[in-house]
Design a protein around this ligand. Structure first.
Ligand code: NDP
Length: 251
C-alpha cells in the first residue's frame, strides 16, 4: 500500500489517533503534514515519522482559527505542490449539559473543532484534491450513532453532523473523482479523556464492550490508511465502525 510521493494532511497529529495515522502514512513513504497546537508533541511525532521513512511538514494551527485553517493548505501547497489525502481527525469534547446550564458553551466549543473546522478545511482543500483525484477520511465516533452521557451531548451532535457531512461531501465530490469516507471508533486508548478533563478508565470502558477490550490508536490508523488507499477506490460515503462490538448493545 505504497504512498510514496503522496501528500497527506493529518489534523490533530500531535497525539492519539492522529499521531498513529501520521506514523502509518510515513511508514508507507508519504509526505505527511502534521497539524496541531502543541509544538513539542508535533516535533516528537515528526521525528518518529522521519524514522518511519516519511517526510514531514509541521504546521502549528488552531482549527478554530479560520486563518490557521487556510494556512494549513497554503503551507502544504508551498512545500509539496499538491494534496492527495486529507485526514480530518482533530477533535475534542467540551463537557456541558442542559441541566448544568452550560450546554451552549459545550456546543460552541465542541462544534467549532469537530464540525465547523472540518467543513472549512474540506472546502479549502477540495480544489487541490480534485486536481489529484484524492480523498478524505473523517474521524467520527460511535457517539454520533447513540445517546451518550449527558455531559457529552454536544460531542454526539458533532459526530452525527460529521457523518452527514461525510455522506453529503461524498455525493458532491464524487463526480470530481474525490472520495470521502469516515471511521467511527468506539473507545480508543488516547489522551482524549485527559484532554476533556474527564476521569474515565479505558480498562473499565473496554471491559464493558462485547470484545472486552479498547482499541489502540494504531488499529484506527490502519483503517484510515486502507480507506485512503487505491484498494478502497470503490468506497465513498462509507462509515467504518471499529468499536469492539459496542454498537451491538444499542442496535
Ligand atoms: P487526543 O486528545 O489524543 O487527540 C486530539 C487531537 O486533536 C490532538 O492532536 C489535538 O492537538 C487536536 N486538537 C484538538 N483541538 C484542536 C484545535 N483547536 N486545533 C488543532 N488541533 C486540535 O484524542 P484522540 O486521538 O482520541 O482523538 C482523535 C479523534 O478521534 C477525535 O476526532 C475524536 O473525537 C475521535 N475519537 C476518539 C475516540 C477515543 O476513544 N479516543 C473514540 C471515537 C472517536 P493539540 O492538542 O496539539 O492541539
Amino acid at each position: 500500500m505504497s504512498f510514496a510521493g503522496k501528500v497527506v494532511i493529518v489534523t490533530g497529529a500531535s497525539s492519539g489517533i492522529g499521531a498513529a495515522a501520521a506514523l502509518v502514512f510515513a511508514r508507507e513513504g508519504a509526505n505527511v503534514v502534521i497539524v496541531g497546537r502543541n509544538e513539542n508533541r508535533l516535533s516528537n511525532i515528526a521525528e518518529r515519522c522521519t524514522q518511519n521513512g516519511g517526510t514531514t511538514l509541521l504546521v502549528k494551527a488552531d482549527m478554530t482559527n479560520d486563518d490557521d485553517v487556510k494556512r494549513i493548505v497554503d503551507e502544504t501547497i508551498n512545500r509539496f505542490g499538491k494534496i492527495d489525502v486529507l485526514i480530518n481527525n482533530a477533535g475534542l469534547s467540551v463537557s456541558g449539559s442542559i441541566s448544568n446550564g452550560d450546554i451552549l458553551k459545550s456546543y460552541d466549543g465542541t462544534l467549532a473543532v469537530n464540525l465547523r473546522a472540518v467543513v472549512h478545511l474540506t472546502a479549502v482543500a477540495a480544489p487541490h484534491l480534485v486536481k489529484t483525484k484524492g480523498n478524505i477520511v473523517n474521524i467520527s465516533s460511535i457517539a454520533g450513532k447513540m445517546s451518550t452521557t449527558a455531559l457529552a451531548l454536544p460531542y454526539s451532535i458533532s459526530k452525527a453532523g460529521l457523518d452527514h457531512f461525510t455522506r453529503g461531501a461524498a455525493l458532491e465530490l464524487a463526480s470530481s473523482g474525490v472520495r470521502v469516507n469516515s471511521v467511527s471508533p468506539g473507545p480508543v486508548r488516547t489522551d482524549f479523556f485527559d484532554n476533556a478533563g474527564t476521569a474515565i478508565s479505558w480498562d473499565i470502558l473496554g471491559s464493558r464492550l462485547p470484545l472486552q477490550r479498547c482499541s489502540e490508536p494504531e488499529e484506527i490508523g490502519e483503517i484510515i490508511l486502507y480507506l485512503a488507499s487505491e484498494k478502497a477506490k470503490g468506497i465513498t460515503g462509507s462509515d467504518f465502525v471499529c468499536d469492539n462490538g459496542g454498537l451491538l448493545r444499542v442496535s
